[in-house]
Design a binder for this molecule. Structure first.
Ligand code: ADP
Length: 295
């Protein structure tokens, strides 16, 4: 299955242009949609999920014209929004059973099998009888995924799912998404670069409603190869470095500022070559987009 988004635009009544001519294609696998807060990710996710309409553009999923036929898309969709409510006094098992019924699994035996399989898949089987009000953030997110999977979706949309998860839960959650992404289209929207680096075979960076890059992570990273330089510096030296070079990021490592600079050749004393990673790409591309805007 393939999702094709063409020329999608949306301006909110307050004048904010949240989507500005977005075009993207996604096939089976994990697609990472990366961008800073306010980039337009949720607006795009909600539009694909048929929860809001764009001003212009089209969305196709396989042979479904999504905007003309939202019900057909909804039958193929699993959606885990940023925030979702659960009844705290229901167990995970009863919650899932309820959602499976709503998704049309009316046969009790079939439903019991489905609920059991989903609880196993999301590693919640052992806690299936516990009230979900007692669940950790990661357990709730995994239950959210189990609910989203109850209708056997062909398209799964997950909006900023790892915010607030501890590292163990985050890994467990991302691995679960990776498994699901082997069979269906999964869109992972996030502002956390590592989420995308670890799992996605395709990605786009969006900023201010526009796609600024859409390529395979390895290809974009490859284009920075040989052009990235690292220097441990001091707070006093930082302004001078920033003025003289194209600094793409500054990080404190054990209290020491470390700059990453983009340059065709070694920028000077104290710099060493560094292998680029996705975070470098992200900051570099956001910087370039900022420069284009300022020009
Ligand atoms: P992201 O998910 O990347 O943080 P959003 O899609 O939530 O981005 O928001 C994109 C822009 O649209 C932001 O500037 C945000 O303030 C604005 N926005 C989002 N929803 C609304 C709304 N319902 N009404 C007005 N502006 C909105």
């Amino acid at each position: 299955m393939q999702l094709d988004i063409t020329g999608l635009s949306k301006t909110y009544p307050n004048g904010v242009r949240a989507l500005d001519d977005i075009s993207l294609s996604m096939g089976t696998g994990m697609f990472g949609l990366l961008g800073p807060n306010g980039a337009g990710k949720s607006t795009l996710m909600r539009t694909i999920a048929t929860l809001q309409l764009p001003d212009a553009g089209s969305v196709r999923f396989g042979d479904i014209d999504v905007l003309a036929n939202p019900d057909a898309l909804r039958r193929a969709l699993g959606y885990l929004p940023q925030e979702f409510g659960l009844y705290p006094n229901l167990s995970a098992e009863v919650t899932l059973d309820h959602f499976a019924t709503m998704k049309g699994v009316v046969d009790r035996r079939a439903r019991r099998e489905l609920v059991g399989a989903l609880l196993h898949q999301t590693n919640l089987f052992d806690v299936r009888a516990k009230h979900v009000g007692t669940f950790s953030g990661g357990m709730k997110q995994r239950l959210g995924i189990a609910i989203a999977l109850a209708g056997s979706p062909k398209l799964l949309i997950v909006d900023e799912p790892t915010a607030g998860l501890d590292p163990t839960e985050r890994h467990r959650f991302l691995n679960l998404l990776g498994e699901i992404g082997q069979n269906i289209v999964v869109i992972l929207s996030t502002h956390i670069v590592e989420d995308v680096r670890e799992l996605c075979n395709a990605m786009a960076i969006i900023n201010k409603g526009r796609v600024i890059v859409a390529e395979r992570p390895g290809e974009i990273i490859g284009r920075l190869a040989g052009k990235l330089w690292r220097k441990e510096t001091s707070k006093a030296e930082l302004p001078e470095l920033t003025a003289a070079h194209q600094v793409i990021s500054t990080q404190l490592l054990a209290g020491v500022p470390v700059v990453h600079v983009y340059a065709d050749a070694n920028p000077g004393p104290g710099f060493e070559a560094r292998d680029p990673d996705l975070e470098d790409v992200y900051f570099h591309q956001l910087g370039l987009a900022g420069q284009r805007e300022a020009a």
